[in-house]
Design a protein around this ligand. Structure first.
Ligand SMILES: *[C@@H]1O[C@H](CO)[C@@H](O)[C@H](O)[C@H]1NC(C)=O
Ligand SMILES: *[C@@H]1O[C@H](CO)[C@@H](O)[C@H](O)[C@H]1NC(C)=O
Ligand SMILES: *[C@@H]1O[C@H](CO)[C@@H](O)[C@H](O)[C@H]1NC(C)=O
Ligand SMILES: *[C@@H]1O[C@H](CO)[C@@H](O)[C@H](O)[C@H]1NC(C)=O
Ligand SMILES: *[C@@H]1O[C@H](CO)[C@@H](O)[C@H](O)[C@H]1NC(C)=O
Ligand SMILES: *[C@@H]1O[C@H](CO)[C@@H](O)[C@H](O)[C@H]1NC(C)=O
Ligand SMILES: *[C@@H]1O[C@H](CO)[C@@H](O)[C@H](O)[C@H]1NC(C)=O
Length: 225
């Protein structure tokens, strides 16, 4: 009986802590609602409805604020151009992120690759994927409209708290090229780098993750195109 209760508690705790949310731009809808599940690709089974709100995003890329509850997780960000359930086939994280900790991770500017032609007024969907140790992924989406009037979040609205992040760089034949993490965490280890080569090999862009401001680790992500 006691062990049953304990097991149930553990399951509840892990359910509660394993999920994440997009704080900005506005999530498509509640991925904790009945009928939704963050385990369901591509957007947690959250449907686009008349109530779906679109956040204005700058043409060159915008801010992304995540609420994370994992001890650590890999974070991928994908983009789909279009209005209704677009194909989420543009990677915004050729070097995906390893986020460690429990709290908020705000990326001030997630850049749109120069090769992607984004028009003023273009609708799109952002998909955020987190992937943990077991290999099971969680999904959430946010619908946006690109606009020349869009702006990135001000620094005071885009704070990283309790989370440190490092970009997992593509490896050159076994030698690590992980960029400096914004924390004391060291970079890629050999086991992780296989995954990075497999997943991030599609673009040669270089991403710089730097930061570590005043302990909490403000994170600046910029792309060197
Ligand atoms: C979204 O639509 C599908 C198919 O109609 C449905 O099964 C699912 O429950 C809906 N999701 C939510 C959160 O209502
Ligand atoms: C969209 O925004 C309105 C106004 O803030 C809010 O009432 C509504 O719940 C939002 N829609 C969704 C799907 O969250
Ligand atoms: C993404 O999918 C859309 C629709 O299927 C397609 O038109 C577009 O070429 C694809 N883009 C990339 C980068 O694969
Ligand atoms: C994350 O932080 C929140 C708020 O401080 C806390 O309630 C929760 O238990 C923490 N979760 C983990 C996995 O540390
Ligand atoms: C963008 O999406 C909104 C609904 O969210 C729609 O009303 C509008 O027509 C779409 N714009 C374009 C250019 O497709
Ligand atoms: C990778 O390194 C191994 C051992 O140093 C070498 O034999 C191999 O040729 C290298 N492969 C490439 C593609 O450089
Ligand atoms: C990601 O972060 C976790 C926790 O800090 C660490 O154990 C893991 O090795 C990191 N992965 C990579 C590829 O750096």
């Amino acid at each position: 009986m006691l062990s049953h209760v304990t097991t149930t508690l553990c399951v509840l705790v892990s359910l509660a802590t394993a999920h994440f949310s997009i704080e900005y731009p506005e999530m498509r809808g509640d991925s904790f609602a009945t009928g939704a599940s963050q385990y369901i690709y591509p957007c947690a089974n959250v449907n686009q409805t008349a109530n779906t709100n679109r956040t204005i995003w700058p043409l060159t890329g915008g801010s992304l604020n995540l609420d994370l509850h994992h001890p650590w997780t890999y974070v991928f960000i994908n983009l789909g151009l279009g209005t209704d359930y677009p194909s989420l086939n543009i990677s915004l994280t050729p070097e995906f992120l390893n986020a460690t900790g429990n709290g908020t991770l705000c990326l001030p500017e997630v850049k749109i690759p120069a090769s992607v032609n984004v028009k003023d007024g273009q609708n799109a969907t952002l998909q955020v994927v987190t992937l943990g140790e077991t290999g099971s992924a969680l999904y959430n989406c946010a619908d946006i409209t690109f606009s020349s009037k869009g702006a990135t979040l001000d620094g005071d609205k885009c704070k990283t708290n309790g989370v440190t992040v490092a970009a997992i760089k593509q490896q050159v034949n076994g030698s690590s090229t992980t960029s400096s993490p914004s924390s004391t965490e060291s970079g890629a280890n050999p086991s992780s780098t296989k995954a990075s080569a497999a997943v991030s090999g599609r673009e040669a862009n270089s991403m710089l993750v730097a930061g570590a401001v005043a302990g909490m680790g403000a994170v600046v992500v910029s792309w060197l195109l």
